[in-house]
Structure formats: structure tokens, C-alpha cells
Design a binder for this molecule. Structure first.
Ligand code: NAD
Ligand code: UD1
Length: 313
């Protein structure tokens, strides 16, 4: 089978590409290398077709889609604060880009389009855990764009018969998550700060919580969503069902590293949700998904990876 992975040079994408190559599939990647890196694909570079280009360019999306059986669409602006600062840019990549990839997937007559959606679609609704039947109420431009991608995927199913599944990933972490930008995911930022001997910065009081999900679980869920019967047209949560606060995360870093850590507390970020936790019953039932790596085990593996990649040589 041939898979196109957009955003395949990024954190989650490159982990998916590794697994696809490992399974013996043909893989194409479309990535503009804006936050992804060719180095993330070093282990598989000779076995894949890398298209360096943007999903905002329809011709690039069409060229990359040629011959694909499955499209896994991850290319996006991924940061909530970045979308608050520049909503037009996030809208362009996440909505126009997704529409281009859908058009290309439709024209290439792919078997299924699998979309990296986001738990940010739920917004600040009080009920936890989040269930897919709840009304989405995104509270950031990013959350709006990710939700619109789901709607487009479903409409392409209804109108053009493109099979589709959307996965609302909940805070994914693990090896290759880039920690170096102000927009990077919180666990990667914390780990880099500790390695550099700087205080981790917490926006707010640290009582906000997330369903942090180790990337291996998400790779597994995403590949299941490509093939599972009964999945098309549906939206699934991709998490673990457990949530942990940022203050608890810092305690775990102290436990694992044996270092005493004092965080710096800054004002909360606008567009931030307070709590997030997935109900994964639907993914269990339809996809046979079961998170294999728990938070603490994933955290240890990730810490080892960051220590090797960013620690003193
Ligand atoms: P990432 O930044 O590592 O990956 C995004 C990739 O897309 C990068 O390789 C980047 O270069 C590429 N890209 C960006 N704009 C592009 C464009 N215009 N054309 C082509 N490629 C482009 O981030 P990630 O964490 O791996 O996120 C992957 C996907 O998963 C995104 O769609 C994100 O919204 C979604 N998601 C991530 C999380 C998370 O916690 N990391 C949670 C929910 C959803
Ligand atoms: C993350 C993902 C987003 C995804 C969403 C799904 C990234 C960059 N963002 O958004 O793509 O759709 O999960 O659940 O991967 N924080 C700090 N200190 C820091 C950085 C962040 O305290 O140095 C706080 C933030 O204010 C927030 C929490 O940590 O309260 C998580 O932030 P972040 O990692 O940016 O993720 P989300 O905004 O949840």
C-alpha cells in the first residue's frame, strides 16, 4: 500500500512514517520543513519519496497524492498561542491547506483520508472526560481551524464519497517533539529547561491539566484508523483517559532526574483551556485502540531521548 503523510517530517508525522516503512509500505511525505526537519526522516530517507512543498499549494498536494492509497494529513500550524498572534497564517495553512489535500485525495481516488484533528475542538466546556458527541466550542483560532478540518473531511465523504476519519489527538509527547521554539509543546519545553539548568516556565498556576499521550499510542491509533471498517465519517478521541496537572508533571521530573526544580510562574496564556481528558470508548470499540504506553513510562523514554539529543555530550 502507498501512504502519503503530510507533515511527515514533523514530530508525530516522522514517527508514523517510521512505522509505515517498518511495515513494508510505500511512503510519500509532503512537508515544507517549516517546523519539521529532514533529520527526523534520516533513518528512512532513502526508502521514501520526500516532496518539499506546502499544502497551501494545490499542485504540490496533487503531485504528492499521485498513486496514494491512504492520505494521513498532519501538516499544520500546531500552536494555540501562535494562532492567537497570527490567526490568518494558522487559518491559511490549517483550513486552506486541508481543503487542498482533500481535493487532491479525492482526485487521486484514495481509499481513505485520515485527519489529525485536535482535542482543542472541545474548548472550555466543563464536563470531563470529553466525549465525541459533545458540541465543539473551540476557544482559540487554532481550535476553530482544526475543527473545520473535521467538518471538511466529513463533507468530502458525503459529497464526493471520500472515506475519512478524524482523530482528536490529546497533547501528544515523545521523541522528536521540537523543544526549541516558544510555541513548542509543554513537556518538551520543560525537559529542555531542566537539561539547560533553567527554571521551567508555567503559564498560570500549574493546576491546568492535560491528557498527555505518548506518541507510540497515537501512531498505533492513526494506522488503525486507516483500515478499520466502520470508521469512515467518524471522529475519534486519541488520548489515554488520564489527566495530569503541570505541577504534577514537575514532581515527576524531579523523581526521574533526582534534581530539585523551581518553576517560574507567568500569567496564563490567552486561548488556553484549563482541563483536558479523553473518553476513548469509541476508539476502543471501533478501532480496537488501547493505549499501550502509559504516561510515566512514556515520560521516562522521552526524558532519555532528550537527554541524549540535547544533554551535554
Ligand atoms: P509538528 O510541527 O512537529 O508537525 C507539523 C508538520 O507539518 C511539520 O513537519 C511542518 O514542517 C509541517 N508543515 C507545517 N505547515 C506546512 C505546510 N504549509 N505545508 C506542508 N507541511 C507543513 O507538530 P506535531 O505535533 O507533529 O503535529 C502534527 C499534527 O497533529 C498537526 O496537525 C497538529 O495540529 C496535530 N495535533 C498535534 C497534537 C500534539 O499534541 N502534538 C495534538 C493534537 C493535534
Ligand atoms: C497542544 C498542542 C496542539 C494540540 C493540543 C491538543 C503543541 C504545541 N500544541 O496544545 O497542537 O492540538 O495540544 O490537546 O503541540 N505551558 C506552560 N509552559 C510552557 C508551555 C506551555 O505552562 O513552556 C502550558 C500552556 O499554557 C498550556 C499547557 O502548558 O496550559 C499545554 O500547552 P501546550 O503544550 O502548548 O499545548 P496545548 O495548548 O494544550
Amino acid at each position: 500500500m502507498r501512504y502519503l503523510v503530510t507533515g511527515g517530517a514533523g514530530f508525530i508525522g516522522s514517527n508514523i512514517v517510521d512505522e509505515l516503512v517498518q511495515c513494508g509500505h510505500d511512503v510519500a511525505v509532503l512537508d515544507d520543513l517549516s517546523t519539521g526537519k529532514e533529520a527526523n526522516l534520516a533513518g528512512v530517507r532513502k526508502k521514501i519519496d520526500l516532496h518539499i512543498g506546502s499544502v497551501t499549494d494545490l499542485a504540490a498536494a496533487q503531485s504528492a497524492c499521485r498513486g496514494a492509497d491512504y492520505v494521513i494529513h498532519l501538516a499544520a500550524r500546531t500552536s494555540v498561542p501562535r494562532s492567537v498572534e497570527n490567526p490568518l497564517d494558522t487559518n491559511h495553512v490549517n483550513i486552506d491547506g486541508t481543503l487542498n489535500v482533500l481535493v487532491a485525495a479525492r482526485d487521486a481516488k484514495v481509499r481513505r483520508f485520515v485527519y489529525a484533528a485536535s482535542s482543542s475542538a472541545y474548548g472550555e466546556t466543563p464536563t470531563l472526560p470529553k466525549v465525541e458527541t459533545m458540541q465543539p466550542e473551540p476557544i482559540s483560532p487554532y481550535g476553530v481551524t482544526k475543527y473545520v478540518g473535521e467538518l471538511y473531511a466529513q463533507v468530502f465523504g458525503r459529497v464526493y464519497g471520500v472515506e475519512n476519519a478524524s482523530l482528536r489527538y490529546f497533547n501528544v509527547f515523545g521523541p522528536r517533539q521540537d523543544p526549541t521554539s516558544q510555541y513548542s509543546g509543554v513537556l518538551s519545553r520543560f525537559m529542555l529547561a531542566v537539561i539547560e539548568g533553567k527554571p521551567p516556565v508555567i503559564f498560570g498556576d500549574g493546576k491546568q491539566s492535560r491528557d498527555f499521550t505518548y506518541v507510540e499510542n497515537i501512531v498505533d491509533q492513526t494506522l488503525r484508523a486507516c483500515e478499520a471498517s466502520g470508521a469512515s465519517g467518524k471522529v475519534f478521541n486519541g488520548g489515554t483517559g488520564v489527566r495530569i496537572t503541570l505541577n504534577e508533571v514537575l514532581k515527576l521530573i524531579e523523581k526521574i532526574t533526582g534534581k530539585k526544580i523551581s518553576a517560574k510562574y507567568d500569567p496564563p496564556r490567552s486561548g488556553d483551556i484549563l482541563h483536558s481528558q479523553a473518553d476513548i470508548s469509541l476508539a476502543r470499540k471501533v478501532l480496537g485502540y488501547e493505549p499501550r504506553v502509559g504516561f510515566e513510562e512514556g515520560f521516562r523514554r522521552t526524558w532519555e531521548w532528550y537527554s541524549a539529543a540535547f544533554g551535554k555530550k
